[in-house]
Structures are given as structure tokens and as C-alpha cells.
Design a protein around this ligand. Structure first.
Ligand code: ATP
Length: 406
């Protein structure tokens, strides 16, 4: 985002005025179908195929996308369903609003009820005019925001796939109506490119063109990017053409004035949306591999928690340890490594390699007796397990180059 001239960032409040959620339709529509087991009283989200087995996956994607429709069909189908835990009968679905409530101020009455944002998007619509006036952007341009979102999910789970507090990255890209197809395609490619950048295996990514009648009512086109998670194919990200629905919800008068023609109008919106937590999960799943009994997390160096690990060959030879400490401190001071350098002097070298492989450290450096004689160290590559001798004086640039090329 920072290297694009057509984009500005904002950091809005987590709790916004309740009127925002009234206008956006979240208070009336942002719900999932909830069913309860009549026997054990466990509650489930009816359209969640990871909670209720595939054969019992009752409801079309419609509810997931519209969050409201298909209700009658669901109720009908639901009768056939059983509790995945105890086999008891499930109740008919009722719509459960996902907005997370709290009170603002010293009284806990209905007038002080407020809601945590369930998405970062709405702030970018209500702040549209402020951004426009301060940034002096002209169409097409985007507003981007990364931050927490909260949903009172009925069935959180599958590791970090679905949580009640999560992190989103969203862009609202404002265009002229005639240009929407061009920019939809532009963002589709950008999203795929970003997945590749963070190491998500594109062989496991599927684009689901959400058909007419199954999209949210405001969307003229939506693509869900789905990923083959170990627990099934599930939504990773979404890309939607939201028309001028949102700005019309929040502004009585057209908020944009064309500089040349003087015409006032409502810009249309392309919205790419990413879940940070699901990105991490997909990147971890894509990076996980096994090589015999060796478990290797082939993370891109840019995502690896540690870029390099430094080991003294033996922990009981002060001169080897001192030299290793020196190398460790030198690397830690390099700005491109941002202090992401690990130190390990426990156990044998083989075990240290294995434990760094498991957390995805791309390079391990060992300081040994030869280092004291000729000033070279061993650099071992996580993915090939090949080892090379590199002189200490060249080490920082050697590592820097490898990391920036990956
Ligand atoms: P789902 O159908 O899985 O509930 P959604 O269609 O409601 O997802 P959106 O409203 O499109 O999701 O939210 C945009 C993105 O935010 C999703 O593509 C996903 O990456 C992320 N996301 C949504 N809900 C959660 C959650 N509870 N936990 C983690 N990430 C989430």
C-alpha cells in the first residue's frame, strides 16, 4: 500500500456510533443461522460444514453470503439434521446476530449499548469525505485499513480459522461506475499476487464465482478465494463489487465532485478483503512439509520468525562460544534482520537444526574450531540442507542477499 500513490491508510475506532451499524444494515441483517441440540443443548452454526459433517451440510452458500436469505429452505432441510456430538435432534434455525455488544459510559441501559466493529470496512465509508478533503485524491483511489474486528461467532474453531476477535485488512477502492470491471480484474490479480508473495500455495487456492441470487444484496459481483485447509475447503478472502450502495447509505448528498465537469456523484466501490489470521494459517499449511522424520516449515524468509540461527559447535569451549556471540551480535545489529536472530547452544547440532527447521528458520550458522583458525563459518540452508563455508566478514551480506532474493 505504501508504494502506491492511489492509496491512503486510516486507523479508525473499534467502537463506532451505533447509527453507523444501523445505516449499514448490520444491526438488522448481520446474522448466522443458529441451531441447538434438543438433547445436549450444544449450539451450532447451521451453515458451517466443519461443525456439521458434509453429508449434513444443509444450506447453500447463500446464507453465508447474504447472511439473511434462504431461511425457509434451511428450516425445511434442518429437520433432517442430527447433533454432531450426541446425535440428538436439532431445532429449526433462528437468526443469531453476530454483533458484539457492550456499554459505553457509566450506565448500563439500552441507550448506552454500543457495538464493536464486525469489519473494518464501514469506517472507510463514513470517513470518505474526510479522507477526500485531506488527501486531495481523485478517482480512482483507495482507502486501506488493517485492524481488529469482532464477531460473536456461534462456532469458533479450526485453530485460528474462526475466532471471535480477529484481524482484517481491507481496501475500499473508489472508481467511476464504468470502470468497475477493469478494477475488479486489477484487484483479483493483486490478491493472487499477494498470496504468492506470502507463500500461499496457489494449487490449493480456488476462485468461487458467487452466482446471481447468492451474493449479498448490494454486490453485483463477488469472488470468494477459497483454500484447501486440512479441515476442508473454506473461505480465505473475498473480493466484491459493492456498487454505490455503501456511500449512498451513509451520505444524503453525493460526496464526490468531478473536478473537470463539476458533476457530483456517488463513486462505486471494489472491495478486496483479507483476514490476517486466515492468511497466517494458509501460509503455515502451505509451508509445512515432512522429509523423513524431519519436519520443515518452508516459510518465505520474509515471514520466518527468525531469519538466522547462530550456534557455537560446542557450549563448553569459551573461545568458540565467544566467537559465536560476536557473530550473533553482529547479525542482530543488521537492520534488515530486525533482530530476528536466534541463539541456541543446547543439545547437539543435529537437534538444533531440526528445531530451527520446525519453526522455519531459513539459515543456521555454526561457529566451530575451524572458525578460530581461518575465520569461516558453516551456513546451512533449511530447504536443501546443504552446507557452505562462508567467511565471517562476508556473512552479513551473504545472508542479506539470500533473504532479499527469497
Ligand atoms: P465466513 O463465511 O467464513 O464466516 P465471511 O464471508 O463472513 O466468512 P467476510 O465478512 O467476507 O467473511 O470477512 C472478510 C474476511 O475476514 C474473510 O474472508 C476472512 O478472511 C476474515 N474473517 C471473517 N470472519 C472471521 C473470523 N471469525 N475469524 C477469522 N477471520 C475471519
Amino acid at each position: 500500500m505504501h508504494n502506491r500513490d492511489d492509496m491512503v491508510g486510516i486507523d479508525a475506532a473499534l467502537i463506532m456510533n451505533t447509527k453507523v451499524w444501523e445505516s449499514s444494515g448490520h444491526l438488522s441483517n448481520f446474522s448466522d443461522p443458529l441451531v441447538e441440540c434438543e438433547k445436549c443443548h450444544q449450539r451450532f452454526r447451521e451453515d458451517d460444514n466443519s461443525q456439521i459433517s458434509n453429508s449434513q451440510f444443509l444450506i447453500s452458500k447463500q446464507i453465508q453470503n447474504s447472511k439473511s436469505s434462504s431461511y425457509a429452505k434451511a428450516s425445511e432441510d434442518k429437520q433432517k439434521d442430527k447433533c454432531p456430538d450426541c446425535g440428538g435432534a436439532l431445532t429449526s434455525p433462528k437468526q443469531f446476530n453476530l454483533m458484539l455488544k457492550t456499554f459505553l459510559g457509566p450506565t448500563e441501559d439500552s441507550a448506552s449499548v454500543v457495538y464493536f466493529r464486525p469489519e473494518t470496512a464501514q469506517a472507510m465509508f463514513v470517513d470518505f469525505k474526510n479522507v477526500l478533503e485531506t488527501s486531495r485524491k481523485t478517482l480512482p483511489f483507495g482507502i486501506a485499513q488493517q485492524g481488529k474486528a469482532f464477531r460473536n461467532e456461534i462456532t469458533p474453531g479450526n485453530f485460528i480459522f474462526r475466532t471471535r476477535e480477529f484481524e482484517q485488512m481491507e481496501i475500499e477502492y473508489f472508481v467511476r461506475e464504468n470502470d468497475w470491471e477493469k478494477y475488479f480484474e486489477h484487484w483479483r490479480k493483486e490478491m493472487l499476487g499477494w498470496m504468492e508473495d506470502i507463500g500461499v500455495d496457489l494449487n490449493h487456492v480456488h476462485e468461487l464465482e458467487v452466482p446471481d441470487g447468492e451474493r449479498a444484496h448490494y454486490s453485483k459481483r463477488t469472488i470468494d478465494f477459497e483454500y484447501d485447509f486440512p479441515f476442508g475447503r473454506e473461505e480465505l478472502y473475498g473480493l466484491a463489487y459493492r456498487t454505490d450502495f455503501d456511500l449512498k447509505n451513509h451520505f444524503k448528498e453525493p460526496p464526490y465532485r468531478d473536478q473537470e465537469s463539476g458533476e457530483n456523484f456517488y463513486p462505486h466501490i471494489i472491495e478486496p478483503t483479507w483476514g490476517v489470521d486466515r492468511s497466517v494459517l494458509a501460509a503455515l499449511c502451505s509451508a509445512y512439509s515432512e522429509d523423513g522424520d524431519r519436519k520443515v516449515l518452508k516459510l518465505k524468509p520474509s515471514l520466518a520468525p527468525y531469519k538466522v540461527a547462530v550456534f557455537p559447535l560446542v557450549a563448553n569451549k569459551p573461545d568458540v562460544v565467544a566467537k559465536a556471540r560476536e557473530v550473533y551480535q553482529t547479525l542482530k545489529a543488521k537492520s534488515y534482520l530486525l533482530s530476528f536472530v536466534a541463539w541456541d547452544d543446547r543439545g547437539n547440532i543435529g537437534k538444533r537444526y531440526y528445531s530451527q527447521d520446525e519453526i522455519g528458520t531459513p539459515f543456521c550458522i555454526t561457529i566451530d574450531y575451524q572458525t578460530l583458525e581461518d575465520g569461516t563459518v558453516t551456513v546451512r540452508d533449511r530447504d536443501t540442507t546443504k552446507q557452505e563455508r562462508v567467511s565471517v566478514s562476508d556473512l552479513a551480506s551473504y545472508i542479506g542477499e539470500k533473504i532479499s532474493n527469497n
